[in-house]
Design a binder for this molecule. Structure first.
Ligand SMILES: *Cc1c(COP(=O)(O)O)cnc(C)c1O
Length: 491
C-alpha cells in the first residue's frame, strides 16, 4: 500500500509514493497536499461476514493491516490489542458495555425509521478523538523505538485535541508534548483534565493571550525550519493520516453491530468540524462498506453544510467564526476537506492543487456549474452519498431536552447537533447511526442551560478541579517559547 499527495502534480516534489511508516509522524505532504492511499483496499462480502464475529481490537487489526502494510502483522496485532481494551474505554455508562469499545444504543424505532447512537466517547478524555489518538500514541512509541529516534509534539489547543494528545502520549518513550493553551480561557474541567497530568514528558504552557496567539506561536516556531529539525518538532493535528484511518474502524464496527446481513445498508450522521471524522466514513464507503448516506452535521459555522447544499466552498475569516456552544466544531475551514475534493474531481492532483490555491487567494471555490463557477463536479456529489444539515444554539438546547425526555439520555452539545440533523434525514429500512463525539460532562454549562441540572460525571472525574496542577505561564513571545523548548528537549 502506497500513499500519494492530493497535490502530486508532475512538478511536485512529493510525487514519490510513500509507505505508511514514512507518513506516520508527519502532517502535510511537502507540496502542501494531504496523503491518501494510491487506491482504496476493498473489503469482500466474505471478509465482512468473517468480521461480524470479531472484537473491536481484532477488527481494528484487520482493517489497519490493509493500510499499514509495512508494519509486521504480529506488531500491529499487539499494538491494536493494547489500544482497544475495556480498561481504556472504562467510562461506558449504564446500559453500555466497555468491552464493546463503541457500543450502540437504539434511541428510536418506528415508522420514520431507526435512530441509533454509537458511543465513541468512553475513552480517557471523554471525546471521540481518543479513538484515534490512543492508537497514535502506541504507533508513535513503536516507530520511534524502531529508529532509535525521538519526537517533540508542539501544538495549540482550546480543549479536546490537546487533552486527547496528552492522554495518548503520556509516559510514552521517545515522545514529549508541548501544548499551548490560552491562560484562563478554557473551562475549569478541561483545564483540570490537562493540567493535572503529572507525567514528566507532558509540558502544559498557559499563554497570556487568546487561542489565536497560541496558534501564531506554533506557526512562528514551525516556520523556523532549522529549529524545527534540530528539536525534532512534530504535530498531531487532524490531517494526520493514521488518525483518519484509525477512525475508519468504528464505521465498520457500527455497521456490523447494526445489521445481520451484508444486503442491509446503514447511514451515518457525523457532527463535523475539520471533516476528519466523516472523511473516515467516506473511506469506509469507498472500501465497499454498504453505507447509504453520510450526513455532515454542522453548527452555526456551516462551511460544510453550505458546500453540500450548493457546491460552493467558502472558508470564513477567523473574525467571521462564531463561538458556539459546540466549540469543537467552530472552524473557519475544514482541514481534511481536500481529501474528499480530490476524489470528487476524479483524483486530478493538478486540479486539486489549483482549487486549493484559489482557497488561499480568493477564499474558496465554486463547483456548482453556475455561470462563472470553477467547475461542475458538484453534480457527482450524490454518488458519494453525502448530505448535510446545520444546527443552532436554540436547536441544541431543544434537542438536549428532547433526548433527555424521549430517550432518557443526556447528550453533549456536539452530539445534539448530530441528533438534530439525523432526525431530518431518517428513512424507513435504513438505520441512521449518529456518532456521539463527546460526553455531556465536558460541556456542562450548556447542559445546565438546557436541563437546569448538571450532567453526570463518570467515576474518577468527580473532583478533578481539586487535583494539583502542573503548568507554566508564559507571555506570547516566540523567543521565550523557543528557549523553553530547547531547555527541555536538551537537543
Ligand atoms: C473534534 C470534534 C468534532 C469535530 O470532528 P472533525 O473530525 O474535526 O470533523 C466534533 N465533536 C467533538 C466533541 C470534537 O472534539
Amino acid at each position: 500500500m502506497h500513499y500519494v499527495s492530493t497535490r502530486a502534480t508532475s512538478a511536485s516534489a512529493a510525487r514519490n509514493p510513500q509507505l505508511f511508516s514514512d507518513i506516520l509522524l508527519g502532517g502535510l505532504a511537502p507540496d502542501g497536499g494531504l496523503y491518501l492511499p494510491s487506491e482504496y483496499p476493498q473489503v469482500s462480502g466474505a471478509e465482512l461476514d468473517a468480521w461480524r464475529k470479531l472484537g473491536y481490537a481484532e477488527l481494528a487489526y484487520e482493517i489497519l493491516r490493509k493500510f499499514a502494510t509495512d508494519i509486521p502483522d504480529a506488531d500491529l496485532k499487539a499494538l491494536t490489542a493494547r489500544t482497544y481494551t475495556a480498561d481504556v474505554y472504562r467510562n461506558a455508562r449504564a446500559g453500555e458495555s466497555a468491552a464493546e469499545i463503541t457500543p450502540l444504543r437504539v434511541l428510536e424505532e418506528g415508522e420514520r425509521g431507526t435512530l441509533v447512537l454509537q458511543a465513541l466517547s468512553n475513552g480517557p478524555t471523554l471525546a471521540f478523538k481518543d479513538m484515534a489518538m490512543q492508537l497514535l500514541g502506541n504507533l508513535f512509541e513503536y516507530a520511534l523505538a524502531k529508529n532509535n529516534d525521538e519526537l517533540n509534539i508542539f501544538g495549540a489547543t482550546s480543549g479536546d485535541t490537546g487533552s486527547a494528545a496528552e492522554y495518548a502520549m503520556r509516559g510514552k518513550r521517545g515522545v514529549r508534548v508541548f501544548m499551548l493553551s490560552p491562560h484562563k480561557k478554557m473551562s475549569a474541567f478541561q483545564t483540570a483534565q490537562m493540567f493535572s497530568l503529572q507525567d514528566p514528558n507532558i509540558y502544559n504552557i498557559a499563554v497570556e493571550g487568546v487561542f489565536d496567539d497560541c496558534q501564531d506561536l506554533v506557526k512562528a516556531v514551525s516556520n523556523d525550519l532549522s529549529f524545527k529539525a534540530r528539536h525534532k518538532i512534530g504535530t498531531v493535528n487532524s490531517i494526520n493520516w493514521a488518525r483518519v484511518v484509525a477512525q475508519v474502524v468504528y464505521y465498520f464496527r457500527g455497521y456490523l453491530a447494526a445489521t445481520t446481513s451484508n444486503e442491509q445498508k446503514v447511514s451515518f450522521t457525523v457532527p463535523s468540524g475539520n471533516f476528519g471524522n466523516i472523511c473516515a466514513g467516506h473511506i469506509a464507503r469507498m472500501m465497499g462498506l454498504p453505507i447509504d448516506k453520510l450526513v455532515a452535521a454542522t453548527n452555526e459555522n456551516d462551511v460544510l453544510d453550505e458546500f453540500f447544499r450548493t457546491g460552493r466552498y467558502r472558508v470564513r475569516k477567523s473574525s467571521e467564526t462564531f463561538h458556539t456552544s459546540s466549540p469543537s466544531m467552530d472552524i473557519s475551514k475544514a482541514s481534511n476537506f481536500e481529501r474528499f475534493v480530490y476524489e470528487l474531481v476524479g483524483r486530478d492532483a493538478q486540479r486539486t492543487h489549483d482549487l486549493f490555491r484559489k482557497v488561499e487567494t480568493h477564499g474558496g471555490f465554486d463547483l456548482s456549474g453556475a455561470p462563472g463557477s470553477d467547475g461542475d463536479e458538484f453534480q457527482h456529489v450524490g454518488k458519494f452519498g453525502f448530505q448535510s444539515g446545520r444546527s443552532t444554539h436554540a436547536d441544541r438546547l431543544a434537542t438536549i431536552r428532547d433526548a433527555a425526555q424521549a430517550y432518557g439520555i443526556v447528550i453533549d452539545t456536539h452530539t445534539a447537533d448530530g441528533v438534530k440533523v439525523a432526525r431530518e434525514h431518517m428513512q424507513p429500512g435504513v438505520p441512521m447511526i449518529v456518532l456521539e463525539t463527546a460526553l455531556a460532562a465536558k460541556f456542562n454549562e450548556t447542559i445546565v442551560e438546557a436541563l437546569g441540572k448538571d450532567a453526570d460525571r463518570p467515576s474518577g472525574f468527580e473532583n478533578i478541579e481539586a487535583l494539583p496542577q502542573r503548568f507554566v505561564v508564559m507571555p506570547a513571545e516566540v523567543d521565550r517559547m523557543k528557549a523553553y523548548i530547547a531547555e527541555h528537549t536538551g537537543l
